[in-house]
Design a protein around this ligand. Structure first.
Ligand code: C5P
Length: 211
């Protein structure tokens, strides 16, 4: 299968030396990409800035901002049988990017932010027949209800609900524990286990559902 995975955070520029980002390390997305490769799939990994080694045997497309990720993903998605959006894409970016380094001034500074494109929602709208679309829902509250709502709203086949309020799993850790919710109402609890093992379980369930 041709598989596209996104991973990591995005960086949204404030000026030449500053940016907004989040705590994503990319570990879950890289584990998914590597597990898909080892299962024999042809994998493209669109990755925000992370400190992880470039995986062998995978086409890596490095990006920085949500806009760059949107462009890279939307260009490639139509050719893919499976798309997994694991990246922690910024929801907002500075409305104006200052050229050069912004000078310090007296008093407070207000940063005006604007929404970024919801890439997954766009993919849900342009989804070709037969393509499997998988999202992640990183939540601290009402995990399953919010995930189920996203599954519906973004026209997904599966969503992985990830409780990021716990420090032992989620962002930065080597372990994860997710609930995989299917469009057809199926529900699987996966983990706690290594991100690699969680990735393998997700892939097995999702690719089986596409046959
Ligand atoms: O709505 P929320 O941001 O919680 O949804 C999370 C899912 O949507 C993840 O799969 C994430 O990769 C994707 N997403 C996206 N573009 C955004 C924000 C989130 O593709 N701007």
């Amino acid at each position: 299968m041709k598989v596209l995975v996104t991973a990591g955070p995005t960086r949204e520029k404030i000026d030449a030396v500053r940016f907004l980002t989040n705590r994503s390390t990319g570990k879950m997305g890289y584990a998914l990409a590597e597990a898909a490769r080892d299962a024999g799939h042809e994998v493209t990994l669109v990755s925000g800035p992370v400190a992880l080694a470039v995986p062998r045997g995978i086409t890596l497309v490095p990006v920085e901002s949500a806009a760059e990720m949107a462009e890279a993903v939307k260009e490639r998605a139509p050719q893919m049988a499976l798309v997994i959006m694991c990246a922690a894409v910024a929801d907002y970016r500075p409305k104006l990017v200052v050229a050069g380094k912004m000078k310090k001034r007296e008093g407070d500074l207000v940063l005006e932010l604007e929404r970024t494109e919801d890439i997954l929602k766009s993919l849900g709208r342009m989804k070709p027949d037969g393509q499997l679309l998988v999202g992640f829902a990183a939540e601290t509250d009402d995990l399953l209800a919010n995930a189920a709502e996203k599954l519906e709203k973004k026209n997904l086949d599966w969503i992985c609900a990830n409780d990021v309020g716990r420090s032992d799993i989620g962002f930065g850790s080597d372990e994860n524990c997710v609930t995989l919710l299917g469009r057809d109402g199926r529900r699987y609890g996966i983990g706690p286990d290594t991100k690699r093992a969680v990735a393998e379980a997700i892939l097995e369930i999702v690719t089986d559902s596409g046959q």
